[in-house]
Structure formats: C-alpha cells, structure tokens
Design a protein around this ligand. Sequence first.
Ligand code: HEM
Length: 528
Amino acid sequence: TTGGFADATPGPGGEWHQTAGGDVPVLTTSQGIPVSDDQNSLKAGRRGPTLLEDFHFRDKMFHFDHERIPERVVHARGFGAHGVFETYESLSDLTSADLFQRAGEKTDIFVRFSTVAGNKGSADLARDVRGFAVRFYTKEGNWDLVGNNIPVFFIQDAIKFPDLIHAAKQEPDRGFPQAQTAHDNFWDFMSLTPEAMHMAMWIMSDRTIPRSFRFMEGFGVHTFRLVNAEGKSTFVKFHWKPVLGLQSVVWNEALKLNGMDPDYHRRDLWEAIQNGDYPEWELGFQLFDEEFAERFAFDVLDATKLIPEEDVPVRPVGKLTLNRTVDNFFMETEQVAFQTGNVVPGIDFSNDPLLQGRNFSYLDTQLKRLGGPNFTHIPINTPRCPMAHFQQDGHMAMRNPKGRANYEPNSWGGAAGGPREDPERGFRSWPEEMGGQKLRIRAELFADHYSQARQFFISQTEVEQTHIKDALVFELSKVETPVIRERVVSHLRNIDDDLAQKVADGLGLKSLPDAVAPARAVVQGLKP
Ligand code: HEM
C-alpha cells in the first residue's frame, strides 16, 4: 500500500489485480477456499465460454442473486439508530416492568423511523405518517413500542387494515403513486370510512411533513395496561416528546427537498449522531384507571380517539438518547423485526381491536420477510438478557437447545433438565373479566367520528388551519372522480363548515354538498 491506498497491477487484458499480504487478508469463497483471481471467470480457452465448473463464480453470483428480501408490506422505507433509555424514577407502584424499577436504570434501545405508504426507494419528505418504533432490550426480554408520529389511527378494527393499505399504496394497475396520498383509491377509501376523519385532519396537517426525525413526537396510539407486583392494573397511553421540540417544513419546502435530496431525513439523523448531536426524546405516560375511562364520551379502546392532555396530563418517566448509527444498514435497520406482541412482565395489552389484530400481523409477516422462524437469531433481534427455551431447528437455526432435554416437564434433574417455569417472575396476563356473546360488531361508543376531528382542527393556529385547507385542496385536486371529492367535502361539513366551504371553493365545486349524516354526535372529552 502507499499512503493508505491499495496498489494494483494490470493483468494481460488490462484488468487490475490487487493481492493479499501483510495485514491484507486473503479473499475466499463462502466455503473458505482461497481465491486466486477475482477479475476473470474460468473459461475454456482465451476467448472461450465460461465453464459451469467455476465454483467461485457460481458461489459469488448465487449469493448476489439472493441479496434482496421482501420489503416490509408497510413502513418499507426506514432508518434506524441505537441508543439508551434512562428511567427517571422508580415506577414500581405502577408496573413491575424491570426497566422501570430503579431510578437511573439504563436500557439499550434500537429505534427505526419510517414512512408508511412509500416503497423502500421512495422519498423522505412524502406527505405520510411516520413510524416511530422503539425496541427496549430489557433484562426481562424485548419490549417493542411500535408507534407512529400521530396519536390516532385511520381505522378501529384490524380487519380493515389490508383495505386501508391497498388503497393507500400504489394503484394496482398503474403502479403509482409511489409515496403520496393524492389519488383516487386512497380518498375513495377514506371517504367511505367515516372513522378515518379524525386521522384525515392529522395527515393533512404539517405533522406529515416533519422537518426531521429529530423534531417528531411519537405515540403508542393504543391504550395499554401497566400492571404492578400486586396485580393492580392502570391504563396507559405512551408518548415520546422530542427535546428539540416539534417542527415541520411547509409543503413547498417538502416538494423541493424531495427533488434535491430524497434522503433528507436519513441524512439528517446520520449526520446529527455522527457529529455527537445526539437527539433525545422524553417518554411520557398518560395514566388513568377503569373508572376514569368510563367517564370519557368515547371508548378508550378506539384507536381513532386520543385522550386529551388537558384531561390526563402526560407524566415524563424517562429519556431516550440516540447515540450510535448502525454498523450495517441491512443487518440492523432492514432485519429488525418489531412486534406489538413483544411485551414484558408489567406491561399488557388492552382489548383495542386494532392492537389485538396487530399482535397477529407482525409475527406473521416477519416469518415470511425474514425467511423462517429463527429471526430472533439475527443479532438485532436477539434479546440481551439470559434466554433458554426448547425451540429448535428450522431454517438457519443457530441456537438449538444443548444436551438431551428439548421438552418439559422431564425427569432430568438440575441443569440437565433445562429451563423451567417461574410463577413469580414469568409473564402473566392481567386477569380481565370476559363474557358475552360472540359477535362481529363494534361497541356503540366507537360511533362518534367527528368530534375529535373538529377538536383537532380548531386547536390549530390560523396558519396551520390554512395549511390543512391547502393540503386538502392539493390532494383532492389530484383525485379525478368528482363524487369522491364531493364525499370528502360532505364529511368536512361535520368537522368545520368554513373549512368545507374553502375546500369546495378551492376545488371549484359549484355548490356545497350536503353533510354526511353522522352515526353519533357527542362532544369529545369527559362526560359532564
Ligand atoms: C410495520 C401491520 C397498525 C406502526 C408493520 C408491518 C406490518 C404492520 C405487517 C411490517 C412489519 C415487518 O415487516 O417487520 C399493521 C396492522 C395494523 C397496523 C395489521 C393495524 C391493524 C399500526 C399502527 C401503528 C403502526 C396503529 C402505530 C401505532 C408500525 C410501524 C411499523 C409497522 C412503526 C414499522 C416497524 C419497523 O420500523 O420495522 N405494521 N400495522 N402500525 N407498523 Fe403497523
């Protein structure tokens, strides 16, 4: 080498060869066989065809041919980083979750931010919801808080998720748009789904064009449960608040940034961390019990509703700091497999029908995306706490049980018998009372689709309201089918008549369509 750069010598055809020696390792095949020439395939004669016998060529090409795995069915485009979570104070009165037992406890973290609708190669500044998925590598297993940067969701029941995503992603005949919400199928679905109207206001707001990941909030969205050592349960909504505050770009900037640098958000995070400008978020809990939940005019199991912070303030419980970029994008960011089903003792689900469905979906999709059942053997998915179980075999198994015991109960004593249950520390579901008929139905309290949409709209400043109006006019002007545009305006009339009128004017509608008859009209917030 000269000055840190490698020398090369020309071969007979002018191709450059670089050789091993000193501290430069020998290139091998994937079977460890040393390679003599990586520039030329094995040929029959100087100008003859390539020989099938060339195992080095076949090994290299075979592996290359299989480099791609399916992109995530949603949230395909994302960017991850490592960090640490520090607990402010013991929360043992609320939860037995190990990471919340001791003030100053530090837990390793991996975060992946993402857009939802766009393909893996789409642009960062698309108007879209952002994923905010956090893995806590706790001493009692992985807890994944798989959230978004918006506190509510489009739908109330997981059975509608395939429809929502089909409508939101590229249209099947044309293969576009790749990353924008502006198209007929998306707004058709939205307009036929009144429960999506609250989310519609959020996605038309500046929240969906964040300045960078560092200026985004995060939300667990669903109501979850905390359970303490005595078995007492408290409902919780999870919040991430960026220490830098909340900032967005304006639409015009988003369009230019997408053109100039489609990697704008991932570059921002990479550079901030590389420069030691570590981004931070506070984790906050909104806490309430069953009795308090009864007082809301809506159902706390409905993911299209939020709990107003005026009614239940957010209590800060710890801080997340992102302080390390990945060593390898594919190994970490691409192969990480977050799951809502990954909860630890002290944290439990609620009966939110969206959350219940998600608990099936993530595991199911990852079986395919990561090529088999052993994706917890990939380092980014491996818990960083002691682990022992009797799962074995399957594609790419790296960690089969040692010794004779691969089942239990068994008669082999001590360590030879392998791991056993622990009724004290083992995960126990909170014993919620269940009963009633088996029905395909939604609870009546899920039926108010406009109150919180209105509440959100009127809580915005005049400038932000104008941005929402402009976004609606822009998006709907890309919708070709008049009846879809009009149906959206009919919903807007139940949210804010002035907004509906302005959007109708912006779209050049001749008259204001009638309002959709609301299924149920109640005022958002606590019951009087
Ligand atoms: C990713 C399903 C709702 C946040 C995914 C993936 C699936 C999925 C299949 C791809 C996972 C993978 O390949 O690893 C669903 C279903 C939902 C739903 C069925 C509703 C029934 C939500 C909601 C949120 C959310 C409400 C936010 C609270 C995310 C995030 C990711 C993701 C952040 C990306 C995770 C990553 O960065 O790897 N979802 N999802 N999803 N979902 Fe959902």
